[in-house]
Ligand binder design. Structure first.
Ligand code: B12
Length: 382
């Protein structure tokens, strides 16, 4: 005979929540909060507006179904509360950038190591504890079902910076966020944190592509963090600004006074090592797809295709290889210019032209592919 379901304890008691919070902190989660599971009525119209105005570009994620991603009860039937946590990804050893070897590609901090698995693992343990008490509890972190920043804001974890990142008081924004959506009735204690940006607009002014078009509003069509993920031709107008970024962009956080000033207050740790901050661009371009998927597979790669990393790396070569006396540069560009992928040929052509290698540009003078022809026209070579 199936054992009777345990009668759930009274989760509305403050001690019950305090016990959960203490448990969560002992698991290494740096900040914890709780909110109700009401519809995210501020985020929904914002998601719809971004789609309507093209600000979300071709992104899917939470923009694909705003009604779903802003209704926690769609994520967990009967949801009543959401426990939200922040895990720092700020590492003491974050290396400086000025003494880098040439032809180095840069990885944004949140992607240098795997911070999401430790976050999800800890949240899973919180969910298991709730389930052991007879409640339904499901973890969401960086998934399409829930707008993580909005629930974190509602749970009093931090304020929305003008860069749209959530800044946690006394710590800044180097945090990944995740939640446990549950049908347990928990007593939301905290109020949303008041704005801490004031008149500061450093992020808006320092964004290399002017992607922060309003306080709290990022135009993804200009945001390098999206453009390195977005499939297709990298927009010419932003290739220079992309610099040596292979994945993600930290500029709007590195220019943020509270995040810079407070970063060391809460430091993360590396449970699951990743690529680290810097990658050898030529090594990436001469690796097999299997090797690239093995090494970078936890990143968002559209269509699970490392082709977009190769595209980014070719743009980085165009931005960093000028004047570099390394015959490998020519050899690699030739490999792509003679390769069978027209999109990568087009970006290799752009890079060759940018570093003044007309000898390499000549290799595709008679290329019939429209993407390469377009590039030749744009370069004034056709
Ligand atoms: C789509 C997405 C992106 C897109 C679009 C980002 C965007 N701004 O929408 C791209 C690819 C560009 C991106 C980039 C990054 N992302 Co991202 N991304 C997401 C994802 C999957 C959905 C975000 C979403 O739903 N946005 C919806 C829009 C409408 O929300 P919003 O832009 O934040 O707008 C809010 C504010 O405007 C606020 N608001 C309303 N009124 C007002 C008024 C004022 C004055 C202000 C300031 C704000 C404000 O309300 C809006 C709705 O909540 C989430 C994971 C998730 N499931 O939630 C991660 C997530 C937001 N990303 C994250 C990270 C770390 C990043 C990067 C820092 C990574 C990097 N280094 O490259 C950059 C930062 C870029 C930026 N400045 O936002 C973290 C953010 C953690 C934090 N502390 O904030 C998240 C939460 C993932 C996670 N679970 O950890 N991301």
């Amino acid at each position: 005979m199936r054992p009777a379901k345990p009668t759930p304890p009274d989760s509305t008691r403050p001690e019950y929540l305090a016990g959960l919070f203490e448990f969560a902190r002992d698991l290494g989660l740096h900040r914890i909060g709780v909110t109700d599971a009401a519809v995210l009525d501020r985020a929904r119209p914002e998601l719809e507006r971004r789609r309507r105005e093209g600000l979300s570009d071709t992104m899917g994620f939470t923009f694909r179904d705003p009604v779903r991603s802003t209704d926690p009860t769609r994520a967990v039937e009967g949801a009543r509360s959401i426990i939200v946590a922040g895990l720092s990804y700020h590492l003491d050893e974050d290396p400086e950038t000025d003494d880098l070897p040439p032809l180095t590609a840069r990885v944004a901090r949140y992607a240098r190591h795997d911070f999401y698995t430790p976050l999800r693992t800890a949240l899973q343990k919180v969910a298991l504890r709730l389930r052991a008490d007879g409640f339904r509890a499901v973890v969401f972190a960086d998934e399409n079902d829930l707008v993580d920043r909005e629930v974190a804001w509602r749970a009093g974890l931090g304020w929305f910076g003008k860069n749209a990142n959530l800044l946690l008081p006394g710590a800044g924004s180097w945090f990944v966020l995740g939640s446990v959506v549950t049908d347990a009735q928990l007593q939301p204690a905290a109020k949303p944190v008041p704005d801490g940006c004031g008149a500061c607009r450093a992020c808006i002014d320092d964004c290399p592509t002017g992607a922060i078009v309003e306080p709290g509003v990022v135009d993804a069509r200009r945001c390098l963090a999206w453009l390195v993920q977005k499939p297709g031709v990298c927009p010419r107008e932003f290739r220079g600004a992309l610099g040596n970024r292979i994945y993600g962009c930290d500029d709007c956080q590195e220019s943020c006074p509270p995040t810079v000033r407070l970063a060391d207050r809460v430091t993360g740790r590396v449970d699951i090592g990743g690529t680290g901050a810097h990658i050898d661009t030529l090594e990436l371009l001469t690796s097999t797809d299997e090797h690239l998927l093995e090494r970078f597979g936890r990143w968002y790669l559209a269509e699970r295709n490392p082709r977009w990393l190769r595209r980014n790396a070719l743009v980085i070569l165009g931005n960093t290889a000028a004047g570099i006396d390394d015959e490998r540069v020519g050899r690699v560009l030739r490999q792509y210019l003679e390769g069978d992928d027209p999109l990568l040929r087009a970006h290799a052509l752009w890079a060759a032209s940018r570093i003044g290698r007309s000898d390499l540009v000549a290799l595709v003078d008679h290329d019939a592919d429209p993407l390469v022809r377009d590039e030749l026209v744009a370069l004034g070579s056709a």
